[in-house]
Design a protein around this ligand. Sequence first.
Ligand code: NAD
Ligand code: UGA
Length: 463
Amino acid sequence: MKFEKNILCIGAGYVGGPTMAVIALKCPTYRVEVVDIDQDRIDRWNSDKIPIFEPGLDKIVKETRGRNLFFSTRIEKGIKAADIIFVSVNTPTKTFGEGAGMASDLQHWEKTAHKIIESADSDKIIVEKSTLPVRTAEAMERILKAGNRDIKYEVLSNPEFLAEGTAVKDLLEPDRVLIGSHQTEEGKKAAAALVKIYAHWVPKENIITANLWSAELSKLVANAFLAQRISSINAISALCEKTDADVAEISFAVGRDSRIGEKFLRPSIGFGGSCFKKDILNLVYIARGYSLNEVADYWEMVVKMNEYQKSRFVQRIVREMFNTVAGKKIALFGFAFKANTGDTRESPAIFVTQKLVEERAFVTVTDPEALDNARKDLESTMQMAPDLICFEPDPYKAAEDAHAVALLTEWEEYRQLDFEKIYKSMKKPAFIFDGRNILDHKKLYETGFNVYPIGKMQYTHFD
Ligand code: NAD
Ligand code: UGA
């Protein structure tokens, strides 16, 4: 079959895979290829068990793979054939040199730019899909211009706003698609070509065009604003625990103001995920680079508050369990950074486990999707304390003989558990720390548990 357009995506990760699967689904006349340097990842995309757990994605990949969606490691061939190249490689926080711990590590991204100039033999539109520091497109253009001068490249910014666990829905019905371009004739023409792709399924009024730098910066700002709301409500949860105010009632009352809105006001053990922390730290780094220290300090507090919330949760477990958890078994319900994903990157569960192990507790981790990743995340902790950590897919078994359950991920199935059965199998007094406020606290108390939610009244059987 002759395809109308060839689309390539470099990077077959959490963003590249689902985004391209949806483009392939909605644009059957386009050939979409996703390439990666990681052969194992590509093999898994081509297998029955795709490498990421995302509700609804399996079905879309099955429908499109081999029809107009292809996964391979043939990067050069893919670049040659492509009209439009999405770059969706990872841009983690730098761990070395200047800006370590704050700035974005752009080495993967830069390698793709070099690969493009080595392989391209016709004009290309390059789309930044990765989250990047503002003005990265300028650097991309400089690299591309160092190649064959007869080839024209137009760089666009098209940041991705999908959230894990709801990626398919977010891609099928996005609040908005943002496309940034140079405000030149060529820039606008390239943006129009990208608009045309999304217009296959996204209403025109939801496709926003902007200048390149606004689009790049909007992505960092969107994540910073979302994370800021979580840190704000988490800060208030600490105050609620001191004043007998109820954080759920506050979220509800405050969120009913239509100017504020109800979303992202759920208190938790802190936000996780691969992006919030990295993107805010990047924003902070950029602001400091322009000597905007007050701006940098302001946003850095969002991350500091998140660290505080994680620490506060562990400290409370230790304090309430009579100031020691040494030798006690604690079952951690959930390890993924949020429900409906197997992803554990920056999951607060990693911190909680490490701190409890430092306190010499026996930790049993259970999670419906994230145990493989949990094992990898805890490898070094396990080397130091091999007897203190174990993994158990069945939450009932995980809780057997435990002194406490700490619920860390808001999996729906945890709401449905038979907590009477769990209570009976646990050591007494039995503690439950609900890090997501999803359980029926009063009922748990009546069952016999001592119950500690976040930012709400605790229920205990102690005098
Ligand atoms: P990921 O680590 O899951 O995937 C990135 C992929 O790029 C990996 O498979 C890696 O092997 C590949 N890669 C790296 N260098 C390469 C190269 N030179 N050539 C070919 N492939 C290469 O990352 P992700 O979660 O998909 O994130 C990608 C980008 O999207 C990041 O900038 C991230 O901030 C942003 N983002 C992520 C999410 C999310 O939910 N995960 C949402 C929005 C935006
Ligand atoms: C987030 C953004 O929501 C996406 O728009 C963005 O594209 C993405 O980051 C990214 O750039 O990677 P994601 O991290 O997948 O998506 O998931 P969220 O639903 O935003 O949750 C992030 C963390 O905040 C989770 O740990 C979640 O449990 C926590 N959270 C979320 C709360 O603690 N309270 C809330 O009210 C909402």
